[in-house]
Design a protein around this ligand. Structure first.
Ligand code: HSE
Length: 316
């Protein structure tokens, strides 16, 4: 196989209470990536559509992630084979950088997933996540996996530990749907992390880990009410919400019409809401539209089920 087309999904990190440890994969939007193996050694970014991402390889998350994969491949397969390997890639960015729905993760995870297939699958998913995290580090300044893990593994994922990396997939109730609003303002993850407190109170930690545990129990039990009660963040949201126009109004109005709950998607500015069933999720998305149509801010909305497969691909 010489080339593949990859559909790399948007993801929602944190899922309100699980800062840096829980993430969820969406069916759409997706970045589209065309990846070809070539005899021209190295990584060649042909074109990036839809966004002005850095072409400079050292600042490009896709390049960095792919380079991390190739370095390990080189060690495994001796230098002679590595020397002849080249990749050409073309990226269609449907997930805008700074949106909070895993734009850099989609690029990083997509390319390493695709390269692994073109190389005959020498790596497992955990290794791919590690390579993709190298790309994430360039984008956000930290080594976090709560976007790349759900992109690669699909569904809802939990990072138990970063050192060593220990990630597991959680079940998700079939009727869980997601509404997302992406206000067209850019918040850099690195900035949204900079403003967070470095220390937290014990009482807040207790409340937060109670919510995380209960959220996971709710996912296993398909208990929508427990999920709803657990969607509370007393640590990160009170600070980051200041960056998002009409955040609390959005949350209140969506819950009034049946959303289970929600909050900031990743580091924002996107806001997401979970609902039971497509019908309620559509109503919630309509409500998001209504709240934002009175503000002078452009926005986009999406309604999506949870994507159990993660990255999808086909031969070209
Ligand atoms: N967990 C990360 C954060 C996700 O909230 O900073 C960034 O997309």
């Amino acid at each position: 196989m010489k080339g593949i087309k990859i559909f790399s999904p948007a993801t929602i990190a944190n899922l309100v209470c699980g800062f840096d440890i829980i993430g969820l994969s969406l069916d759409f939007p997706n970045d589209e990536i065309f990846l070809y193996k070539s005899n021209n050694p190295g990584i060649h970014i042909q074109q990036i559509h839809g966004s002005s991402l850095p072409q400079d390889p050292n600042k490009n998350v896709a390049f960095i992630a792919l380079q991390a994969l190739l370095k390990t491949y080189k060690k495994k397969h001796k230098i002679e084979k590595y020397k002849k390997i080249g990749f050409t890639l073309e990226l269609i960015k449907n997930i805008l950088p700074g949106s909070g729905i895993g734009s850099s993760a989609a690029s990083a995870a997509g390319v390493v997933f695709g390269a692994n297939i073109l190389l005959g699958k020498p790596f497992n998913k955990m290794q791919l996540i590690r390579f993709a995290m190298e790309g994430e580090r360039i984008a956000s300044g930290t080594f976090h996996a709560d976007n790349v893990a759900p992109a690669i593994m699909g569904g809802v994922t939990l990072v138990r530990s970063y050192h060593p990396l220990d990630i597991t997939k959680l079940p998700s109730p079939k009727e869980l749907w997601v509404s997302i609003i992406h206000p067209q303002i850019e918040i850099k993850t690195s900035d949204a992390r900079e403003i967070l407190k470095k220390k937290i109170l014990m009482k807040d930690a207790i409340r937060q880990w109670g919510n995380i545990g209960a959220l996971i129990a709710g996912l296993y039990q398909e208990n929508y009410e427990l999920i709803s009660r657990s969607l509370e963040d007393v640590i990160v949201e009170p600070i980051r919400s200041m960056l998002i126009p009409a955040f609390y109004e959005l949350k209140k109005k969506c819950k009034e019409i049946g959303a289970l709950g929600g909050g900031i998607s990743g580091s924002g500015p996107s806001v997401f809401m979970l609902s039971k069933g497509n019908h309620t999720a559509q109503k919630v998305t309509d409500m998001m539209n209504r709240v934002y149509s009175s503000l002078r801010i452009d926005y986009k909305t999406y309604t999506s089920p949870i994507n159990q497969r993660g990255i999808k691909w086909n031969k070209i």
